[in-house]
Design a protein around this ligand. Structure first.
Ligand code: AMP
Ligand code: ZN
Length: 160
């Protein structure tokens, strides 16, 4: 997609430290790393977010996430104690680049680097209520239809 910084990386129009790729996904170092070895994995095709991404691309993205994580551990130099895997979806959730991407953030020390905060005060519903919302068949089919429509639209836009 025109004006997308990650599409420009895929098309080699701007430089990036690409470390691995497969048929439908590419992995490169984050330009502003949160920790040593912070990597982004993206589909080569432009999709705004995970919900719009075609399944074959999703499979290739997650395969590359696994491969790169193993490679990070294999360097010995980096030697993280764990990883945070993250995808911000929507501006409100912190998404700055509107091309779906997974962050691989190696974790070295408990109180440094990426922190996952569990803020219980943010809940509006009881767990049983949420369970009911999510298991209603009508809701499921409606979501599937919306996703299908959005995917077709995104595919058409990518072909332009
Ligand atoms: P997000 O906030 O989840 O959309 O993350 C976007 C990420 O892209 C940030 O961590 C940025 O540091 C990173 N980023 C932005 N521009 C570039 C670039 N040209 N090359 C590599 N990483 C980038
Ligand atoms: Zn893009």
């Amino acid at each position: 997609m025109k004006d997308c910084i990650f599409c420009k990386i895929v098309n080699k129009e701007i430089p990036a430290k690409v470390i691995a790729e497969n048929e439908r996904a590419i992995a490169f170092l984050d330009a502003f790393p949160i920790s040593d070895g912070h990597v982004l994995v993206i589909p080569k095709k432009h999709y705004g977010d995970l919900g719009l991404c075609d399944e074959a691309s999703l499979v290739d993205v997650i395969k590359l996430v696994k491969q790169v994580s193993n490679d990070i551990e294999a360097t010995k130099k980096l030697d993280p104690w764990g990883f945070n895997y993250l995808s911000n979806q929507g501006k409100i959730a912190g998404q700055e680049v509107m091309h779906f991407h997974m962050h691989i953030i190696p974790k070295y020390e408990k109180d440094k680097g990426f922190m996952f905060r569990n803020e219980k005060g943010a809940l509006n519903y009881a767990t049983d209520e949420v369970y009911e919302f999510l298991t209603k068949a009508k809701y499921k089919s409606k979501t599937a239809k919306i996703l299908q429509k959005a995917t077709t639209k995104a595919d058409k836009q990518t072909k332009k």
